[in-house]
Design a protein around this ligand. Structure first.
Ligand code: GTR
Length: 428
């Protein structure tokens, strides 16, 4: 599975703004029963839990209590205080989970994930950006010290999944998308996990998922049972459990990030877990930060057809009903309020609907204002390409030139935004 190959335009889908059927966006500040949300207490006690429940019931499924209570064992298997030519302290940590009491998972189910952590050598504890990666930890930067772990693939023409060590040539193959050295030079650490450690990103692969440690075998799957996005988001929260206890990390300044499907996982993690002080969401698109009701680019039908295992079974009922789904991207990112939120789009990523992503940031801003925070003002037009907005408040947005990807432009802007709010770690 490539992270960036599938964007742009897929024939047969709508890309023409003037042809969108009329739609009304959901209002984060209106309860399902129509009551307006008029103060912070009402948001926190009523509307926020209501929105979370709607996402659990209609899209991502419920994270089982047994999974939230998972017993995790952390083992630092490698540490180097002079990694990346002395730029970083590197740690590699094996995080292993016990199955829930009474559950006997299949032998092939995942029980662990490998966290790779870098913090600046010159200065730590440091703020950290945490995200799942697509291609294995060895891909995020060219560092011979990264211990590779097996990655999943399905060779052409085969029905069986292969789980084997990645080719040496993949070391640093995702470096452009991660910019580890840029982060470190600006005082930020990076923590990352290969998403396949939690669950392979393939249909009919759930027997390998970490979900098996918490779901009762043979039980009928509930309509709100979690899917792989739920499992990936859960893994981010377990990584946070670890980071909170690692003295290299300033755990009050952990930003969660992700691109595309892993942006959806980051969105859902930040929505549920308020320990993440910021969400940097790169082109998470439909099912993530876009407005599904616009049905511009990807539809629920496409998501369900290609990736049914990402979602809960109940999500299937919204196929052909993009306009009626009771949750949407603006509600998802509103759950991040009042924490820092950066919504990032790419001009040529029409499949993800950049304008829908912008409208989400705008709509979520109403919640920030209710909570007394500065955010994007209502009704502003979409900014020009490559022009970031919102840095004087808690909600930022940009649409950069180029394709579905993560680039140095995205990272430079994320760093400046975080610096504005957290102080420049280089000058601390
Ligand atoms: C596409 C999917 C998008 C997005 C993308 C990706 O095929 O339809 O929603 O998640 O994959 O993850 O690159």
């Amino acid at each position: 599975v490539a992270s960036s190959a599938s964007a742009q335009r897929i024939p047969g889908y709508l890309y023409d703004e003037s042809k969108i059927a009329s739609y009304t966006m959901l209002d984060p500040l209106r309860m399902e029963n129509g009551k307006p949300v008029t103060n912070a207490a009402m948001w926190n006690a009523q509307r926020r839990p209501e929105i979370l429940r709607l996402f659990e019931e209609n899209e991502f499924g419920r994270t089982p209590d047994a999974a939230r209570a998972a017993v995790m064992h952390a083992k630092i298997i490698e540490r180097n205080d002079y990694a990346l030519n002395g730029l970083a302290v590197r740690e590699q940590i094996e995080l292993t989970f016990d199955p829930a009491p009474g559950v006997t998972p299949p032998a092939e189910a995942s029980r662990s994930m490998r966290l790779l952590l870098y913090v600046p050598h010159v200065q730590h504890p440091s703020p950290v950006v945490l995200g799942l990666n697509f291609l294995g930890n060895q891909s995020v930067v060219d560092d011979a010290g990264i211990l590779p772990t097996p990655v999943w693939s399905k060779p052409k023409g085969s029905t069986a999944l292969v789980h084997e060590l990645p080719a040496e040539s993949t070391r640093g193959s995702g470096a452009q998308q991660w910019q580890v050295e840029m982060l470190l030079k600006h005082g930020y650490g990076l923590a990352t996990i290969y998403y396949g450690d939690l669950e392979p990103d393939f249909k009919d692969a759930s027997q390998y998922s970490v979900r098996q440690l918490f779901d009762r075998p043979g039980a009928v799957q509930a309509q709100d049972a979690w899917g792989s996005l739920g499992a990936w988001a859960w893994g981010l929260s377990r990584a946070m459990d670890y980071l909170e206890n690692d003295p290299l990390v300033d755990a009050s300044h952990v930003a969660v990030t992700g691109h595309s499907r892993l942006g959806k996982a980051a969105d859902w993690a930040a929505a549920q877990d308020t320990r993440f002080a910021a969400l940097l969401s790169t082109e998470s698109g439909h099912g993530g930060q876009s407005i599904q009701r616009r049905a511009l680019g990807e539809t629920v039908q496409h998501l369900e057809h290609s990736f049914p295992y990402w979602f809960c079974p109940a999500y299937a009922q919204w196929v052909g009903h993009d306009n009626e789904i009771p949750v949407d991207g603006n509600l998802l990112v509103a759950l991040v309020a009042p924490r820092l939120l950066y919504v990032a789009s790419a001009k040529e990523d029409e499949w993800s609907d950049p304008k829908g992503e912008f409208l989400s940031a705008l709509s979520a801003s109403s919640v920030y204002r209710l909570l007394g925070e500065k955010a994007l003002p209502p009704d502003i037009p979409m900014p020009a390409v490559d022009t970031a907005i919102g840095f004087d408040g808690d909600v930022a947005y940009h649409e950069r030139a180029g394709k579905h990807d993560v680039t140095s432009f995205d990272w430079e802007h994320y760093i400046v935004f975080l610096n504005r709010h957290w102080g420049d770690p280089e000058t601390l």
